[in-house]
Design a binder for this molecule. Structure first.
Ligand SMILES: Cc1cc2nc3c(=O)[nH]c(=O)nc-3n(C[C@H](O)[C@H](O)[C@H](O)COP(=O)(O)OP(=O)(O)OC[C@H]3O[C@@H](n4cnc5c(N)ncnc54)[C@H](O)[C@@H]3O)c2cc1C
Length: 392
């Protein structure tokens, strides 16, 4: 296993750094602190940033050039994301379309679907959200009950999706719905649907952070056109598994890079509070620094594995479990060490300018739930790494 970057990869890192320096107007945390912004205008900041990345060839870099990518390796993608995280660049609004739907269309979509949807996805003319989870189907996704009933050549969708990230700002949704109630996996199909139509209602869900970037999506006989089914009828589970397999590799280094910034903020905070020399404080921060290096090493191990041409293995579960639980320990530490200062929100006068600890503390609660909860990751590790007996 080789954990060193090649000279070409280091040169690519320099190129990206220079591009970001020339193109990022200001860190996203500064945009958030700016009282001139509201939720909608922050989405516009993110939309502009996506367009800029796209024009420079830094979006969907791993895709083939015919689909707007540059056939980049996972290592180059990881370097790009690491540099973007280090610079605190905005997250692109179409991250679900680009990281999940795009690869699924490239693998399972028709030529007409690729032509129709990919360019607008990259240019952010159409924003996509993911309609998988339902009120009673999250970890056990295959138990989903939203149904698709034939209506001539097309389908009518009825049911409810929940936790739909970016639902309130999206125009399109990719939906898993049941075309056969009696076949658990083979009875699921994958539909592309516009949200702006009769029979669809998106309701905001306000989160503990105060934002409402989630939605619930209600379908009541909404139209799903036959031409917008990805794969064949009954192949939805297969398409979904391809898509979830793409949640791999690319972001392995960006989380530790982001946490480096938080650790710097924590060190500055304790120094200002006059407790930076205390042995217990130094021990706590030292431990967090070491843990972040362990996350980085695991990320490098994952990348080295991918670069050697191997399929993503169970180390991606270590990575997910590791960063999500680490983020909670790190933000817990901010509250222990900085006290009330860590509870001020970014726009409160007197709040620290480096890290919005109150927001990060609350947001980190979600990390151990989405993209496979901690319990599910532990199940995977128990089964695939430790070879422990499982119930099924
Ligand atoms: C921030 C965020 C963004 C999200 N965005 C989207 C989105 O855009 N689109 C979308 O479709 N979904 C989205 N989700 C939903 C997410 O995929 C689900 O929340 C997740 O799969 C867990 O499902 P659940 O909430 O139904 O919990 P459940 O599956 O009901 O789990 C409840 C608890 O039981 C535990 N548990 C469940 N099964 C097992 C088991 N077999 N063994 C041990 N413990 C178990 C879980 O770990 C959890 O602690 C998002 C969620 C969050 C928090």
């Amino acid at each position: 296993m080789d954990l060193q970057f090649t000279s070409e990869q280091e040169a690519f890192r320099q190129e990206v750094r220079e591009w970001i320096r020339a193109n990022l107007e200001r860190p996203f945390s500064e945009e958030v602190r700016d009282p001139a912004h509201d939720a909608d205008s922050l989405v516009e900041v993110r939309r502009r940033w996506q367009k800029r990345l796209n024009s420079a060839g830094y979006l969907a870099m791993g895709w083939a050039p015919e689909w707007g990518g540059r056939g980049a390796s996972e290592v180059e993608e990881a370097i790009l994301l690491e540099e973007l995280a280090r610079a605190d660049a905005p997250q692109v609004p179409n991250f679900l379309g680009i990281s999940l739907l795009g690869p699924a269309l490239i693998h399972h979509g028709s030529e007409a679907q690729r032509q129709r949807f990919i360019p607008k996805m990259l240019d952010c003319e159409e924003i996509w959200c993911q309609g998988f989870s339902e009120p009673s189907s999250g970890s056990d996704l295959a138990s989903l009950r939203t149904r698709a009933e034939a209506d001539g050549d097309d389908f009518r969708i009825t049911g409810q999706k929940v936790w739909t990230t970016f639902g309130p700002w999206s125009n399109w949704i990719f939906v898993l719905a049941r075309t056969d109630p009696d076949d658990r996996y083979g009875g699921i199909s994958f539909f592309l649907m516009p949200l702006d139509q009769d029979g669809v209602e998106v309701r905001e869900l306000r989160q503990i952070t105060g934002e409402a970037e989630f939605g619930e999506v209600f379908f009541d006989g909404a139209l799903a056109k036959r031409e917008n089914i990805v794969g064949d009828i009954g192949e939805g589970w297969k398409v979904a598994m391809t898509l979830l397999g793409y949640e791999r590799g690319g972001d392995t280094l960006s989380n530790p890079a982001e946490y480096d910034g938080y650790l710097d903020g924590l060190k500055a905070g304790v120094a200002e509070a006059g407790i930076g020399d205390r042995a217990d404080v130094r021990e706590k921060i030292g431990r967090l620094v070491v843990e972040n290096e362990v996350l980085r090493a695991n990320g490098l191990r994952t990348l080295a594995n991918l670069a050697a041409g191997n399929a993503p293995g169970p180390e991606s579960s270590f990575g997910k479990l590791g960063w999500s639980e680490y983020a909670q320990r790190l933000t817990d530490a901010s509250h222990d060490l900085l006290g009330p200062q860590a509870q001020l929100t970014a726009r409160t006068p007197g709040a620290r300018a480096d890290v919005d600890w109150a927001y990060q503390y609350l947001w980190s609660r979600a990390g151990t739930i989405y993209s496979g909860s901690s319990e599910i990751q532990r199940n995977i590790i128990a089964k695939r790494v430790l070879r422990m007996p499982t119930a099924r």
